[in-house]
Design a protein around this ligand. Structure first.
Ligand code: ATP
Length: 397
């Protein structure tokens, strides 16, 4: 049996790790590829903001679980004490008695192999299999493999991999800038965004892709319109533009679900709906959407609230909540009587526009025999009090 051992901090794991390990497994004809995330290596202290060992292990699973013949080993990461590769290899050898062992390493690691703990014993029990990380690694690899052969009689396997010039440290810098998505598998990126690990903020195209896939295709132009309108309104009124964009993209993600599905999502989030009236069914999607935006896309409370109140409004709305309420109403795809006047007001006086929009929505519901939700009347009372002549304007949250 041929076993490949591929260790690293994988903080986070990326496509450079994945591709080179897959290429090595193929070239060496491995029966088993063991991915071994490290605990806390003494030579490479884990940087601030590194997720817990459990989360790092889950990220490695997310990246490698679909690879045929691969298995993730927690032999190092489960232990708070640092494990040396020589000991890990010994333990794995015991498990796979008689197997031939390969140690998969990138060029940077390979070039330091001679300095690893008990390197002689290590290099007698495994065959290093090295892949390049940069286009100019080849020469150094070949010189060093000759040295290892001379010193320890070790023959190195040189893997012919496509170089992908990316590292975990680069990714930790890219993720908070909404970049780096192309270097990470989709499952792993989704996991990172869900927990906003490494201070990651979602890549906009990725987020749109995910949100639109949850919609009835007919609704996509509305959501795209809501996003662009939300950004314009946020710029006009000084709300956080990124939050506005995020809430605009995600505000309708559960719109196509049925009542049972909304209730299921809410129950998973500890919200139990009792005695649901018919008229309230339409009001479930902002609640389930806000819950899903938090649990699947890791949005902040501000963004989640903007999604939650985008249909009814509420007393004491924040600026972002007003922006999303109005953007949903006046986005360019909407064509309803009186909308142009509302569009103008939205950029002239946001509170007056909110009152105008809510009154239009109440009239519309009444004309269709729907009883408006009391939260909307609370929101209207609140906005009227705030805009009354001589009113002392309290700061919205
Ligand atoms: P950091 O930037 O935090 O140092 P890293 O990207 O080098 O991290 P590690 O977890 O330290 O990732 O690497 C694990 C193993 O994968 C090492 O043997 C390393 O050389 C190799 N490796 C890392 N990135 C690549 C890449 N882009 N292509 C090929 N091999 C890689």
């Amino acid at each position: 049996m041929k076993i490949g051992i591929f260790g690293g901090t994988f903080n986070p794991p990326h496509i450079g790790h994945l591709q080179s390990a897959k290429t090595a497994a193929k070239q060496l004809g491995l029966d088993r590829l063991l991915i071994v995330p490290a605990g806390a290596p003494p030579h490479k202290p884990l940087p601030e903001g590194t997720p817990s060992a459990d989360v790092r292990l889950s990220l490695v699973h997310a990246t490698f679980d679909d690879v045929r013949g691969a298995a993730v080993s927690d032999i190092e990461i489960k232990d708070s004490k640092f494990k040396y590769t020589v000991d890990t290899v010994k333990a794995i050898k015991k498990e796979y008695n008689g197997a031939r062992m390969f140690l998969l390493v990138g060029a940077d690691m390979f070039l330091s192999l001679g300095t690893w703990k008990d390197s002689e014993s290590l290099l007698k029990s495994v065959t290093p299999a090295v892949f390049s990380r940069n286009a100019d690694d080849n020469r150094n690899i070949s010189v060093y493999s000759d040295e290892l052969q001379e010193l320890f009689g070790t023959r190195t396997e040189i893997i012919e991999n496509d170089v992908l010039d990316i590292s975990s440290s680069q990714l930790r810098r890219l993720l908070p800038q909404r970049e780096g998505v192309r270097y990470i598998t989709d499952t792993t990126y989704s996991y990172i965004i869900k927990g906003r690990l490494y201070g990651a903020k979602p890549d906009w195209a990725w987020l749109r892709g995910k949100a639109y896939a949850m919609l009835d295709p007919k609704r996509v132009p509305h959501v795209a319109g809501c996003e662009s309108e939300a950004v314009k309104l946020a710029e006009r009124w000084g709300a956080d533009v990124d939050d506005a964009r995020e809430a605009g993209i995600l505000h309708d993600i559960t719109k196509k679900l049925d009542t049972a599905e909304h209730i299921g999502i809410l129950a998973q989030n500890g919200i139990y709906i009792k005695n649901l009236q018919n008229s309230e069914e339409k009001l479930l999607h902002p609640k389930s959407g806000a819950a899903l935006a938090r649990t699947v896309f890791g949005v902040s409370d501000e963004v989640s609230n903007a999604i939650m109140w985008h249909t009814t409004g509420r007393r004491g709305m924040s600026l972002l909540e007003k922006v999303i309420y109005l953007a949903d109403y006046i986005e360019p795809e909407r064509d309803i009587p009186g909308i142009d006047e509302l569009r103008k007001e939205a950029y002239a006086d946001i509170d007056k526009a909110m009152i105008m929009g809510m009154e239009m929505s109440v009239d519309d519901m009444r004309s269709r025999g729907i009883i408006p939700n009391t939260t909307t009347f609370d929101a209207l009372d609140d906005l009227r009090e705030r805009t009354a002549p001589g009113a002392i304007i309290r700061e919205s949250r």
